[in-house]
Design a protein around this ligand. Structure first.
Ligand code: PGA
Length: 260
């Protein structure tokens, strides 16, 4: 793997931050990370839809990339409650999170839906951040590999190798996410990331597959971030709770960079 790989750090603020809170958070995060070279690091924040415009006005896209938590697969039409890629682009969004565990398990999105969203994002020049991961039950039944294969193969169906250069993948085991989550052991992360990389090779060939950033998410914190990032095939960290305080997020970023 090339030594100059960038390290990715991102957070999804889920449904926790108002516009005012988001503005404070991204402003402070940008300030705290201002002298960290973006040749080394890609930093992104994925706030709620209502906060995107305000966040976009107070960050520089080269310093912090802006993402959306979800998106419809159509540009316009009778889709009450949905948001179009055109609307997201209008407010400076570059990344679209697709298939987060809460979308799949609380809102019952299917692999086919995630696939339509991935393809739509790529059509519009947005970077899909496709999230995949097995539940505790699937893991207990020894089905983790099958789940990752299915979510990845369905989710990326019809994506060309050329388009895949603009993809990001997050591996987030469902059982590791949130307050009740148990952080995945580093050996487990390493194994699953190797599996995902191999599946990407199957889809796009080695060269393209190795260029796809593969992030780990699920109870990442100050204590485990360095060890997780050290694993082969972990290109970055996708963090929830531990990143929502800008000082804490900065500390994680600096710790990981110091050890990289
Ligand atoms: P967590 O969330 O870091 O709070 O576990 C991760 C996620 O849902 O992406």
């Amino acid at each position: 793997m090339p030594e100059t790989r960038k390290i990715y750090f991102g957070t999804n603020t889920k449904m926790y931050m108002t516009i005012a809170k988001t503005v404070n958070f991204v402003t402070e995060l940008q300030q705290r990370t201002k002298e960290i070279s973006r040749d080394r690091v890609t930093l992104f924040v994925i706030p709620s839809f209502t906060a995107l415009d305000a966040a976009n006005r107070c960050i520089s896209p080269e310093r912090i990339r802006l993402g959306a938590q979800n998106m419809c697969w159509e540009d316009a039409g009778p889709f009450t409650g949905e948001i179009s890629p055109l609307m997201l682009k209008e407010v400076g969004v570059q990344i679209v999170e697709i298939g987060h565990s809460e979308r799949r398990h609380v809102f019952l999105e299917t692999d086919e839906m995630e696939n339509q969203k991935v393809r739509c994002a790529l059509r519009h020049g947005l970077t899909p951040l496709l999230c995949i991961g097995e539940t505790a039950e699937e893991k207990r039944h020894g089905l983790s590999y099958e789940v990752l294969r299915k979510q990845l193969k369905h989710g990326l169906f019809g994506v060309t190798s050329r388009q895949a250069r603009n993809l990001m993948i997050a591996y987030e085991p469902v059982w590791a996410i949130g307050a009740k989550g148990v952080p995945a052991p580093k050996e487990y992360v390493s194994r699953q990331h190797a599996v995902i990389r191999a599946l990407l090779v199957e889809c796009f060939g080695r060269h393209v597959a190795e260029s796809v950033p593969l992030l780990y998410g699920g109870s990442v914190n100050k204590e485990n971030a360095v060890e997780i990032k050290r694993q082969d095939n972990v290109d970055g960290l996708f963090i929830g709770r531990s990143a929502w305080d800008a000082a804490n997020f900065e500390e994680i970023i600096r710790k990981v960079l110091a050890e990289a």
